[in-house]
Design a protein around this ligand. Structure first.
Ligand code: FE2
Length: 451
């Protein structure tokens, strides 16, 4: 037992060293605390000057026309609508601006009043912060998830992991299945795989803890990669700054102010001082038509795109399509769209490949490693350089806190269980890093345990 622990600690020590080297290469700093202090000051400065932001009401106003009800949108759930669908609808309904590719605030008329549908700005996110975003979230975004439901489309054998055999009572988006290895019927359901994952905080207990976990917890990424999280969240803070600068002076109904109230309730489950609890990160995934049911009612999600500089597989199209209004939005590198994605049906149009060949990824010219594409990545077109993120507040995070009268807040630092007792688990060291302790301090602690 002790031997195994020492082995684990040694492994952890190597990992911390490796991750700290990445940190130093990316930031030029050797100390997490110093760097965070510098970043916070920088954030304050940018926030104060509304750096690079044209607030709502200062750009072109566009009126959208409803061509399909929310209810009719249900029939499209899980389907893939191509660019041609929207071109055709635009002709049929005489929609002039079917493809939005400029700064604008888009409104609809509801009961004679203007209602803000979404806000779109081109090239507003800082290049430096996007670099931190992609370098730290690339790997987690590329992990294939099997629980995305309608987002990943109607059940498709090509998009299933190899261990899935015969389906058992399949629905449209989810099914139980027999294992192709053991032949046994599995207890869990599965949807198509998609390169899409979540970072930040989550509202369901960890399944591995068999009912003992907390319903308010960190996602796995935060537990396993705290240093990457500290760096990557600066990018999410930038998205929040832009959202704040766009909306804070908006008179009347203001979703930002509403969301800030929720953020006060769920303070410990928010990403730094933002009003986001969670961010979905996607890599070259094409979403089928869906709505994001888990977002806070009345709240707003911020969506942005980074085109990955180490991936030569460029694309056209992959617009964000909004079929209720027959509109597509061309969200590209550094652009931002703010909308209520709980009310708006949305999905991506097809990727149009710009080059003839499909390339592996990697920093070839800087001695970097080549990241080979896998067969499922090629078959399912998960190789384009489009990284997208959606930052939002999860409805159940706020309601779990209210239901528990704030009690579960103390448990949030672990993935489901409290750290305690004499034995110092690896999680303890990750927690130290998360709190901003220096690498020397953490390694020193590790050495003490190994001794
Ligand atoms: Fe979505």
């Amino acid at each position: 037992m002790i031997k195994n622990n020492i082995k684990d600690f040694k492994k952890e020590e190597r990992k911390i060293k490796r991750e700290m080297e990445r940190f130093q290469n990316l930031t030029g700093y050797t100390d997490l605390d110093d760097w965070q202090e510098f970043m916070n000051k920088n954030w304050e400065k940018r926030n104060k000057n509304k750096h690079n932001i044209k607030p709502v009401g200062t750009v072109k106003k566009v009126y959208a026309k409803e061509i399909m009800s929310y209810k009719d949108g249900l029939e499209l759930e899980g389907s893939y609508l191509d660019e041609d669908y929207y071109k055709h609808k635009a002709k049929e309904n005489n929609i002039k601006n079917w493809l939005i590719n400029f700064d604008c605030d888009v409104y609809i008329k509801k009961n004679g009043k203007d209602k803000l549908l979404f806000v779109f700005r081109k090239k507003v996110v800082s290049e430096k912060l996007m670099k931190l975003g992609i370098e730290n979230f690339r790997k987690v975004a590329k992990q294939k998830k099997i629980n995305r439901g309608a987002y990943s489309g109607k059940l498709d054998r090509k998009k299933m992991p190899r261990y899935v055999g015969e389906w058992y009572h399949p629905g449209t988006f989810m099914t139980r299945y027999y294992s192709s290895v053991s032949g046994k019927l599995g207890k869990t359901t599965i949807s198509n795989m998609s390169p899409s994952n979540i970072v930040g905080y989550y509202d369901r207990p960890d399944r591995n803890l068999k009912g003992k976990g907390s319903n308010l917890r960190k996602t796995q990424f935060l537990r396993d990669f705290p240093i990457r999280w500290i760096m990557g969240r600066e990018y999410l803070k930038e998205l929040f700054r832009i959202y704040k600068n766009l909306y804070e002076d908006l008179p009347g109904d203001n979703p930002y102010k509403l969301q800030m109230k929720d953020a006060c309730v769920a303070k410990n489950a928010c990403i730094s001082n933002t009003c986001f609890s969670t961010a979905t990160v996607n890599y070259s995934s094409r979403s089928a038509m869906h709505i994001d049911k888990k977002n806070k009612d009345g709240g707003i999600a911020v969506l942005s795109v980074i085109e990955d500089h180490i991936n030569p597989n460029t694309y056209d199209s992959s617009y964000l399509g909004l079929p209720q209004y027959g509109i597509c939005v061309n969200v590209r590198h550094g652009d931002i769209i703010v909308c209520d994605n709980r009310e708006l049906w949305h999905g991506n149009t097809e990727y149009i490949q710009k080059k003839e060949k499909i390339y592996d990824m990697g920093e070839k010219y800087k001695n970097g490693k080549i990241i080979k594409l896998t067969d499922p990545e090629i078959v399912n077109k998960w190789y384009f350089n489009r990284f997208s993120v959606v930052a939002y507040m999860r409805d159940d995070i706020v309601s779990n806190i209210l239901k528990n009268k704030g009690k579960c807040l103390n448990q949030i630092d672990s993935l489901g269980v409290q750290i305690g007792g004499k034995f110092k688990s690896l999680k303890y060291f990750r927690k130290l890093i998360d709190k901003g302790y220096s690498i020397e301090y953490v390694l020193n602690k590790l050495e003490q345990v190994i001794d």
